[in-house]
Design a protein around this ligand. Structure first.
Ligand code: CP
Ligand code: NVA
Length: 316
């Protein structure tokens, strides 16, 4: 059966654990799986800019024996001159995996509906599920597990990262606490989906406007930019609204003593996080960035295997 990864709940808790186990294997032995040998082409299409996603997918596809085809914003006909339906049909005849960073989630959903190869969401306005896999790999490495730990996110609680943290961390059995100002809290539908997932995994979900409530005793503290791609005109207003959610050392000190700090990057020192925290001893942001490579490779291997295009046992 053809499998895609469009939002965090596309993987069941057991499937997410399989992908994370595979990510650890691939981190230890970078070239062990070659599902794209041939080389087959995998395309990574960007409607927004990127550093980590671009380099990690390009390197990862090459590691898997494939040939990455990176398409920069404005280079393809898609969206402006050609429908997503036609694009999905055409690309499926030529490439083995479609990775797409775009604006509306409905775009990647539509691509997946019509593609006959796995489609991966490399960030939409609503979700960034690949980042969550890397974050979970990082938490496993530093804490040994995810189950039962408490994850606190402060800042823009209505953005793609907050949504994906709700779904993805609940899937991993983590208690998820999301703190942001009124007007920038997650949609009820996303919170409901996270609560449903949390019921399966024994996790708890808290959405609050109080940063202290989110931080108290947390094992992982996390934030993201206050100005996501596409929101640049709101920068000044946002700086004011989010100020009390800055992750500084005083905030870290409210979390568990051995708490780690995560940030998907790019980070703005002096806005959502202080330099003292992101460059300090509790920060694991560069492990997190590196794990984009391993986690996404694992995801591609897993999706190709589950879609019947690769045999994990024999490696053929
Ligand atoms: N974290 C992340 O997705 O980074 P890029 O936008 O640089 O790809
Ligand atoms: N929320 C950020 C994440 C960047 C990786 C954005 O969408 O710009």
């Amino acid at each position: 059966m053809l499998r895609h990864f469009l939002r965090d709940t596309d993987l069941t808790p057991a499937e997410q654990a399989e992908v994370l186990d595979l990510a650890a294997v691939l981190k230890a032995d970078r070239w062990i799986h070659k599902p794209l040998a041939g080389p087959q082409t995998a395309t990574v299409i960007f409607d927004k800019t990127s550093t980590r996603t671009r380099f990690s997918f390009a390197a990862g596809i090459a590691d898997l024996g494939g040939q990455p085809l990176i398409v920069n914003p404005g280079e393809a006909q898609m969206g402006v001159k050609e429908s997503i339906f036609d694009t999905a049909k055409v690309l499926s005849r030529m490439v083995s995996v479609i990775v797409w960073r775009t604006f509306a989630q409905s775009g990647v959903d539509e691509m997946a509906q019509h593609a006959t190869v796995p489609v991966i969401n490399a960030l939409s306005d609503e979700y960034h599920p690949c980042q969550i896999l890397a974050d979970l790999q990082t938490i496993r490495e530093h804490k040994g597990t995810t189950q039962g730990l408490t994850f606190a996110y402060l800042g823009d609680a209505a953005n793609n990262m907050a949504n994906s943290y709700l779904l993805g961390m609940a899937t991993a059995g983590m208690n998820v606490r999301i703190a942001g100002p009124e007007g920038y809290l997650p949609d009820a539908a996303v919170v409901d989906a996270a609560r449903q997932r949390a019921q399966e995994t024994g996790a708890e979900i808290l959405v609050t406007t109080d940063p202290a409530e989110a931080l108290a005793g947390a094992d992982v503290v996390c934030t993201d930019t206050w100005v996501s791609m596409g929101q640049e005109s709101e920068k000044a207003d946002r700086a004011e609204v989010f100020k009390v959610y800055t992750v500084d050392q005083a905030a870290m000190d409210q979390a568990a003593q051995d708490a780690i700090f995560l940030h998907c990057l790019p980070a703005y020192r002096g806005s959502e996080v202080t330099a003292e925290v992101i460059d300090g001893p509790q920060s694991v942001v560069f492990d997190e960035a590196e794990n984009r490579l391993h986690a996404q490779k694992a995801l591609m291997v897993w999706l190709l295997a589950r879609s019947g295009r690769y045999d994990l046992e024999s490696g053929a």
